[in-house]
Design a protein around this ligand. Structure first.
Ligand code: C2O
Ligand code: CU
Length: 549
């Protein structure tokens, strides 16, 4: 195993990723930032210098379990104090599993300003994967807002509430195309929107006819569920969140924020032309134009537009179609890790929107999450007293009387920073129950992401989860393991994990706006087994004055 060292500078810069000027957060001048390339077992060291003028940062290594290093998970308020402007913070962790992972800002909603990138961990020399390909490419899908994230975040926590709205464009590997001409004339200012900026041109994926490409497709959208398609080409799904999938072929891929997939694509179509690769919004009424990239057959000119109209994706509200893809994802038969046959604890989490004193929140079992001033990991490990609400959050909701098809009544919603304490090494089932939002006849898709673990996906269903009949239908034979999973509209998703990683871990909706509005819970397990905390994570809340480098 090797050591891979990176030096990053995080800065504010004006960029035109979709032709429209945006105050972004870049790493070494780029967004997406540098791809981390490593082999299983390698140690990654990243020196992160915060050169933002006024904002704190923290970087989360999405999908990396941080076994033995829970303090480098990068979750501000949970595992560390933020990195202040002018400071350099060093993350150091082992990538213990091969697969496709991500990194991104985990302070406020900074990910949405462009602070993100890919991690690609390959298998050790001599190890063979259950599929083969000629080339390997990482592609991050995103949606894009022209307003700064501070403005968006401020709107979400204002009374009256200001919703972020639908994104202005969709980015493929950091590039999009906003039609400047759609702006009202006072805004037709080339300083603001300029289609001739070099960075503002579609991402080009050049392929050699006959070759097979492993495309590592991931999504870090702020809000949107995405359908990805390469015109005229099928895709074979072979990996999800670092786990091999029993291969299956799709025409297009539904992908939710925080998920990663590897798909195999063979360049087997008419090589005399180029093809569109498209992203389209699903699960919300689309208010964003199709995202475009060019699937370029060598030696055609990379910027030659395909002769066809870009694909527009499946019907946005066909949740059966998307649920069917979720159902089809099973562990590769040679790589099945059987789940424990029973669990020690079942936590049922009802996802609803709520209003408290005129402010709008997302809540779980009617509790909307807030961060404490002292990160949990430090507070618990160093016995800093009751820095957060000690009353445990609810294990359940009123399953008999609650109608998931009705708007919630907001009689008893609260905010809290309390957490779930899990028995170390116990097996925990989480049932995520979706419901109606504050709009009649509306239920959204929520991709939930768990830090520090992979979980087995035991089932999905429509309507209200039934603890007897639905539990009996759990897939204990070949469930896929993931770290992010969608909860479909008016549906439920069941997952199981072993609480075997000492630390404090976030579990939240990966939609940045939803997490900001409180759609998160936190789990603690085995914190007494955590090793000595590095002093670099301290300095805020009750750890003010603790040594900082
Ligand atoms: Cu990629 Cu806590 O998230
Ligand atoms: Cu959500």
């Amino acid at each position: 195993a090797r050591i891979r060292r990176y030096k990053w500078e995080v800065k504010n810069e004006f960029k035109f990723p979709d032709c429209y000027k945006k105050l972004m957060i870049t790493i070494n001048g780029r967004s997406p930032g540098p791809t981390i390339l490593a082999q299983q077992g390698d140690t990654i060291i990243v020196d992160v210098k915060n050169s933002l003028h006024t904002e704190n940062i923290a970087i989360h290594w999405h999908g990396i379990r941080q076994i033995g290093t829970p303090w480098y998970d990068g979750t501000e308020g949970v595992t560390q104090c933020p990195i202040l402007p002018g400071e350099t913070f060093t993350y150091k962790f082992v990538v213990d599993k091969p697969g496709t992972f991500l990194y991104h800002g985990h302070y406020g909603m900074q990910r949405t300003d462009g602070l993100y990138g890919s991690i690609r961990v390959s298998v050790p020399d001599g190890v063979i994967e259950p599929f083969s390909y000629d080339y390997d490419r990482s592609i991050i899908l995103n949606d894009w807002y022209h307003k700064s994230t501070s403005e968006l975040a401020t709107g979400l926590s204002s009374n009256p509430f200001v919703w972020v709205g639908e994104p202005q464009s969709l980015l493929i590997q950091g590039r999009g195309s906003f039609y400047c001409s759609t702006l009202n004339s006072p805004n037709l200012d080339v300083g603001l929107c300029n289609t001739s900026k070099p960075e503002c041109s579609p991402y080009v994926l050049t392929v050699v006819p006959g070759k097979v490409y492993r495309l590592r497709i991931s999504s870090l959208t702020m809000l949107s569920a995405i359908n990805f398609e390469i015109e005229g080409h099928n895709m074979t799904i072979v990996e999800a969140d670092g786990h091999y999938v029993e291969p299956f072929v799709v025409k297009n891929l539904n992908i939710y924020s925080g998920e990663t997939y590897s798909v195999l694509v063979k360049a087997d179509q008419d090589p005399s032309r180029n093809y569109w690769a498209t992203t389209n919004v699903v699960s919300r009424i689309p208010g964003t134009p199709t995202g475009l990239a060019i699937f370029n057959y060598y030696p055609n000119h990379p910027s030659r537009s395909p002769p066809t109209t870009p694909t527009t994706g499946p019907v946005w509200n066909d949740s059966d179609y998307r649920m069917a893809q979720s159902f089809a994802i099973k562990a590769h038969q040679d790589y099945i890790i059987p789940p424990p046959v029973r669990s020690d604890r079942v936590i049922i989490l009802l996802n609803t929107q709520n209003e408290i004193n005129g402010y709008r929140y997302w809540a779980v079992n009617n509790v909307s999450f807030t961060l404490p001033e002292t990160p949990y990991l430090i507070a618990l490990k160093e016995n800093l007293g009751h820095v957060f609400d000690q009353k445990p959050p609810p294990e359940n909701y009123d399953m008999v009387n609650y109608n998931i098809f009705m708007k919630p009544n907001n009689s008893n919603a609260t905010t809290s920073n309390s957490i779930y304490r899990l028995q170390f090494n116990s097996t925990v089932d989480i049932i995520l129950q979706n419901a109606n939002s504050m709009k009649v006849n509306d239920s959204e898709t929520h991709p939930w992401h768990l830090h520090g673990h992979n979980f087995w996906v035991l089932g999905y269903g429509k309507g209200k989860f039934n603890p007897v009949t639905d539990t009996n239908k759990f897939n204990l034979v070949d469930p896929i393991m993931k770290n992010t999973v969608p909860v479909h509209p008016y549906g439920w998703t069941a997952l199981r994990f072993r609480a075997d990683n000492p630390g404090v871990w976030s579990f939240h909706c990966h939609i940045e706006a939803h997490m900001h509005m409180g759609m998160r819970v936190v789990f603690e397990e085995g914190v007494e087994k955590v090793g000595k905390l590095p002093s670099s994570i301290m300095g805020c809340g009750k750890t003010k004055g603790y040594y900082r480098p």
